[in-house]
Design a protein around this ligand. Structure first.
Ligand SMILES: C[S@@+](CC[C@H](N)C(=O)[O-])C[C@H]1O[C@@H](n2cnc3c(N)ncnc32)[C@H](O)[C@@H]1O
Length: 225
């Protein structure tokens, strides 16, 4: 039986590097997950009020993959949005629509000034990092946001793991998505782990909500200036 007591630290194949065609198939699988299994509505619902209350809304999506989360936010906002997507892989950004301002960068060294964006989002991204890396990363992402940092990630549990083992091979086009999907569930968070990472980052107030299906949504709002 799989041991899910601690976060796994196995690297994901997409991060290590796979053939470009395989990576593109896996990114398509991720877009499928985001659309049908990711409770995108909950993420949009958390982010849109901050963007709507801004005169010139600006969004940063870190570890954006092929950019579908930022594009969905742009469409849902229905007005002008300067949306920047950052990813460490050029290939992933090349698969993103041109309406997104695409920046190749490592999330540990982002080329933006503090408070540049109304909202910074990190979706299915934080579980790629060891617990010891999270405080610096969260501190840096929070500093870039004027209104809020919003994190959407998986909640580690047996049910999604068993579901994934049975169903990912039927749902996904790419073998990388099947393997990485299961690693992602094993490396993801229990609520106290995510809360502890925000606390260690010195982020003063964070609201963490469970959302269907086995997701954690963390909203770290900035105090009014
Ligand atoms: C699982 S994908 C999630 C993509 C997208 N956010 C989504 O919700 O579908 C994780 C992405 O993070 C990127 N990534 C991993 N480590 C990174 C780093 N240190 N800096 C920036 N991007 C990184 C990967 O290249 C990949 O595109």
């Amino acid at each position: 039986m799989i041991d899910l007591r601690a976060r796994a630290t196995d690297p994901e194949a997409l991060d290590l590097g796979v053939a470009p065609e395989e990576a593109l198939r896996s990114l398509a699988d991720l877009r499928f997950v985001n659309r049908w299994l990711g409770n995108r509505g909950r993420l949009l619902g958390a982010v849109l009020p901050y963007l709507r209350s801004s005169d010139r809304p600006r969004l940063l999506d870190v570890g954006c993959g092929s950019g579908d989360v930022a594009v969905a936010l742009r469409q849902a906002l229905g007005g002008p949005l300067a949306a920047v997507g950052v990813d460490i892989k050029l290939l992933h950004l090349q698969a993103a629509p041109a309406e997104l301002l695409r920046v190749v960068a490592d999330a540990h060294r982002l080329p933006f000034a503090a408070g540049t964006f109304d909202v910074v989002t990190a979706s299915l991204f934080l579980h790629h990092f060891d617990q010891s890396e999270l405080p610096d990363l969260l501190r840096a992402l929070y500093a870039l946001a004027r209104r809020a940092l919003v994190v959407n990630d998986l909640r580690r549990a047996r049910v999604p793991y068993v579901f994934g083992k049975a169903v990912f091979p039927l749902l996904f086009q790419s073998r990388v998505s099947i393997e990485d999907g299961l690693i992602s569930i094993r490396s993801s968070f229990r609520e106290p782990e995510l809360r502890a990472a925000f606390a260690a980052a010195g982020v003063p107030s964070v609201r963490i909500e469970r959302s269907w299906p086995y997701r954690l949504l963390a909203i770290a709002e900035k105090p009014p200036a």
